[in-house]
Design a protein. Structure first.
Length: 282
């Protein structure tokens, strides 16, 4: 079909999957040697960066150069920042309780169970969610029937940038709050955390809808890319993101009042309550 090089894009799918899996396998080996599988969370952002870089190389001569570079840089900035933040946050800590509980119930060898259900599964998710990063880089220039860089592309950049800022500021505010001994045992209900209980997840939501918009140079690339922000939204709101964290937080003093006055996802001013309570750390 005019406007999108399907054969070149199809040839990109396997190397992109290989890049994601390769990152996961390297981190799996390191994590196994160190005895802590929490390192897989660092691999998440790095795997997206690897997919973007491999696609950038393979899409040369097929996609519009400006759009290719923009999508690659946007993905890498988000992915490397996220990996660096998670690495910094987890320094000096042992195994993540989530993985401890999961591996304690593992049938058979826990190490191989972790490889299948954590690393390879996340590698597959990276490949699926990265479809805008892949498809967007194969959008050709306007002379081939594609939409030239215009309002939709720059709207995507604006949404991506808003998400990155939201996520970065939310992470910084929470880290500073946790570092203050006077706040120990309290709920973080300040700054962005007073507008939404999950500013970092909402930031991720914006990042992936922004990357989707950047990929919408043709209706074909838009159709391929749409699955990504939909899957990411479901993961953040109903999957391993918001739902699991809030299940962990249930029962903490002050959390019920915080949940009552603070939006669960989309930011809004906090509701007024008769007895606003001090918060505690998510």
């Amino acid at each position: 079909m005019k406007g999108f090089p399907w054969s070149a894009f199809a040839a990109n799918l396997a190397p992109a999957a290989g890049a994601a899996i390769a990152v996961m396998l390297v981190v799996f080996v390191v994590a196994t040697l160190k005895g802590t599988h929490r390192l897989v969370d660092i691999a998440w952002g790095l795997a997206f960066t690897a997919v973007a870089a491999v696609t950038y190389v393979l899409s040369s001569g097929h996609g519009d150069d400006s759009r290719r570079l923009l999508i690659t840089v946007a993905t890498a900035v988000w992915g490397v920042r996220l990996a660096a933040h998670i690495a910094w946050r987890g320094r000096g800590h042992g195994e993540d309780p989530r993985y401890e509980r999961m591996l304690a119930k593992a049938p058979g060898n826990p190490t191989w169970y972790a490889l299948r259900t954590v690393y390879l599964l996340q590698g597959a998710l990276v490949w699926l969610v990265s479809l805008p990063v892949q498809a967007g880089q194969y959008v050709q220039s306007a002379r081939y029937g594609s939409t030239p860089a215009g309002p939709l592309l720059w709207a995507g950049v604006a949404v991506w940038a808003a998400g990155l800022v939201f996520e970065t500021v939310g992470d910084f505010q929470l880290a500073r709050f946790k570092a203050d001994p006077a706040q120990r045992g309290r709920i973080m209900d300040r700054g962005l955390w007073s507008w939404t209980r999950h500013p970092n997840y909402f930031g991720d939501f914006l990042v992936w809808w922004g990357l989707f918009l950047m990929a919408c140079g043709t209706w074909q690339s838009a159709a391929v890319a749409l699955v990504s922000p939909v899957v990411m939204t479901l993961l953040l709101t109903r999957g391993s993101g918001k739902r699991l964290l809030e299940s962990h937080m249930e029962g903490r003093p002050g959390y019920g009042a915080y949940r009552e006055r603070t939006s669960g996802f989309f930011p809004r001013p906090p509701r007024r309550t008769s007895a606003p309570g001090p918060g505690s750390i998510p």
